[in-house]
Design a protein around this ligand. Structure first.
Ligand code: AMP
Length: 113
């Protein structure tokens, strides 16, 4: 059996995270190595290797979750970038589907990708 990813261990509570928002299906937490002033990861609690394997029905729910998170953080007004690396040639490192939410570039010298 495939070894669990760090994000599955976060869902199971075996690895700590800085949680931002959670519901029955999804979890949002701070990226451990932020590439932007605001860098949040959103994951489904159910395991999917990447976006290509994701269930379209759950994507609709995930959209609502991300919109709620963005509103909570005020990003609905200021703006944000949504990225999901899918597969090894995209640079995906953690093989549990996740969306990066990146924001705050305006006054930052940090650049994205
Ligand atoms: P990706 O390259 O799209 O697979 O991105 C994986 C992301 O997960 C990277 O931005 C990492 O910094 C982040 N990451 C890895 N381990 C952890 C962790 N334990 N807690 C939070 N973020 C993590």
């Amino acid at each position: 059996m495939q070894e669990k990813t760090v994000f599955e261990l976060i869902v199971e509570g075996k690895v700590p995270c800085n949680k931002v928002l959670e519901d029955n299906d999804f979890l949002a937490f701070e990226d451990i190595n932020p590439r932007a002033p605001i860098h949040i990861l959103v994951i489904p609690k159910k395991h999917f290797r990447d976006f290509q394997e994701f269930e379209p029905e759950l994507m609709a729910k995930m959209t609502a979750f991300i919109q709620k998170l963005a509103t909570l953080l005020g990003l609905d007004k200021s703006g944000y970038r949504l990225v999901s690396n899918c597969g090894k040639d995209s640079g995906q490192e953690v093989f549990h589907l996740h969306f990066h939410i990146l924001s705050g570039f305006k006054n930052s010298s940090k650049t994205l990708f």
